[in-house]
Design a protein around this ligand. Structure first.
Ligand code: NA7
Length: 547
């Protein structure tokens, strides 16, 4: 009998938190605040999650830092200053370390340790988590704060292992040394947000840059630059009011700037005027009050294409850098002030894969259908097995020995984005069917952790039954997610990682709840206030006390 099959007799901890990004750090702190025993596991050598791993040059958040931050503790809000309106990776990782130290949770985390499996024990209602340190810990409540974009996608290209030069992934860029690309011939595969950020940085030092693009993306200017002092002062004045206000918005952040005229009420000249004003103010995506209408979205998409096109000198390159195949927002749009102009440099060149696909990677370069390109370095910015990938990376077994992989064989199913039928007391913040990547992930982390620990508190007050969502609640939530996705232009028609289309063979399900943060939060708390009508309660005899 292996250690993981042995009967569980007692919980080592009330809560085990896996991951130490935004959600993990706050979950550890919240568990302690509520008098629960807790242990954290982190596969990296430090806290930060996404912001630990994605340490490539140019990595930067495209949500403004004064939004993309914690608000649960007013002193932390007042004691941290951002150097830029959109902070870079290093600064965000430093911030997360600062918060973890202030909350004194670093000591609770076992670093460099992966959680490999989680098994539910029906006799006791407890969970056993097996780690890469060949250890098993047991708990009542596993909180898998493992992120939505933390399982890198292996490049499905022949010959990857044959390349004899240097190879780097943006998703696991070396942190222990400086990668020196000076004077080197570099190929970059992938033009999503990571590619768009790293390519201009590589172009500053490399002798040649070959950008291998499968699909062009929308690229609009960033919101970076100096912080607005008045805004910072307002945020620091009453952080708790800000925190409450965020939860009343669609995206979980300060209200976005948007145009106040309606597309349907304007003639062609009026629409052009509004779009130009919005471009100057950097709110083109919300140029109209009714920007969500497909016809308004089409005008916005066209306008952005024109602005992109005019930044690139070579007509062929410009034509190919502009996304013609999907509407704005169908895929995750990118932001950069320098990406498009980078292609005007003489040593930077676009290779358009739909016309000249990569045939294989050679020991000394990349062979496309028309040429062999000699390279010293290949950078893979090829993305992630998003949202459900990190969940599948842990072998999770629930009631009746059912595996999560089987429960989600046709795509993720859960209720309110946090719990899965048949997996009692297991919590999955930042996972599928939550506002997730279409909201401010920092606000979402706080909201979900609050909801999870309010749920745990309710369970403790009610004799600690086991709780899991009913199957019909999951079905309702699946339909709700689909209903809102149908209203989002391009959501269901564009091939994107939002719906698993970037992974061959992955079930195609739109995985992000687009009903807005406010509605999501209210739906969660309606359950709690009404004693969880959408869930089933199970009693678990023979439970021991946590150490
Ligand atoms: P993305 O947005 O998934 O981008 C990955 C890119 O890599 C995208 O352009 C892909 O093309 C391309 N790709 C993936 N596999 C291949 C192969 N085999 N050949 C050629 N090109 C390939 O990931 P990012 O890391 O850039 O961004 C992730 C999120 O991080 C981002 O959205 C923000 O939320 C932050 P495709 O579009 O699939 O044709």
């Amino acid at each position: 009998m292996t250690d993981t099959e042995r009967p569980i007799t007692h919980p080592d901890y009330d809560v085990v938190v896996v991951g130490s990004g935004f959600a993990g750090i706050y979950a550890l702190w919240t568990a302690r605040q509520r008098g629960l025993s807790v242990r954290g596991f982190e596969r990296g050598a430090d806290v930060g999650g996404t912001w630990y791993w994605n340490a490539y040059p140019g990595a930067r958040c495209d949500v403004e830092s004064y939004n993309y931050a914690y608000f649960f503790n007013s002193d932390i809000v007042r004691d941290w200053s951002w150097s830029d309106a959109c902070a870079g990776q290093k600064e965000i990782q430093r911030y997360l370390r600062f918060v973890a130290e202030r909350c004194d949770v670093v000591k609770d985390i076992t670093f460099n340790t992966k959680v490999l499996s989680a098994r539910y024990d029906e006799a006791t209602g407890l969970w056993a988590l097996r780690t890469s340190a060949d250890d098993t810990v047991t708990c009542r409540y596993p909180v898998l704060a493992i992120g939505a974009l933390s399982d890198p996608k292996a490049p499905d290209i022949e010959g990857v292992a044959d390349f004899k030069g240097e190879a780097y992934f943006t998703s696991s860029w070396p942190k222990d040394r400086v990668v020196d690309l000076r004077g080197k011939r570099v190929g970059v595969i992938g033009t999503g947000s990571s590619g768009v950020q790293v390519i201009p940085e590589i172009a500053k030092v490399a002798s040649e840059v070959h950008v291998f693009q499968r699909t062009a993306n929308y690229v609009t200017p960033t919101n970076g630059g100096p912080m607005d002092a008045a805004l910072v002062a307002a945020l620091r004045d009453d952080p708790q009011a800000v925190r409450r206000a965020f939860r009343e918005t669609y995206g979980g952040h300060t209200p976005l700037r948007m145009g106040d005229e309606r597309f349907v009420e304007l003639d062609a000249a009026g629409r052009e005027r509004v779009l130009r004003e919005a471009w100057a103010g950097n709110y083109t995506a919300l140029a109209f009050r009714d920007a969500y209408l497909p016809e308004a979205n089409a005008a916005i998409s066209d306008f952005i294409r024109q602005r992109m096109h005019e930044q690139v000198n070579d007509p062929w390159t410009a034509d190919h850098l502009v996304p013609w195949d999907h509407p704005y927002g169908g895929k995750r749009p990118c932001q950069s002030d320098v990406y498009l102009q980078t292609f005007n440099l003489p040593h930077v060149r676009l290779v358009s894969l739909p016309e000249t696909p990569i045939e294989k990677i050679l020991p000394d370069g990349i062979k496309t259908s028309t040429e062999t390109i000699p390279l010293d370095v290949i950078v893979y910015a090829t993305g992630f097995d998003a949202i459900s990938g990190p969940v599948f990376a842990i072998d999770i077994q629930g009631m009746g020995g059912r595996k999560m992989k089987d429960a989600w064989a046709d795509g993720p199913l859960n209720y309110l984005g946090t719990m899965v039928h048949g997996f009692p007391n297991l919590f999955l913040p930042s996972s599928a069917m939550s506002p997730s990547v279409l909201s401010n992930m920092a606000t979402l982390a706080e909201q979900q952790v609050d909801f999870i620990f309010d749920t745990i508190e309710w369970l403790d007050q009610h004799g600690r039954p086991q709780l899991h969502p009913r199957a019909d609640s999951q079905e309702f939530w699946r339909k709700e997610t689909l209903r809102y996705a149908e209203r989002r232009p391009g959501a269901l028609t564009t091939k994107s990682w939002y719906s698993g289309a970037n992974i061959p063979g992955k079930a195609r399900v739109f995985m992000v709840y687009c009903g807005g943060f406010k509605r999501y939060n209210e739906t969660c708390y309606r359950e709690l206030q009404n004693d969880f009508p959408g869930y089933e309660l199970l009693n678990a005899p023979g439970r021991g006390e946590a150490a």
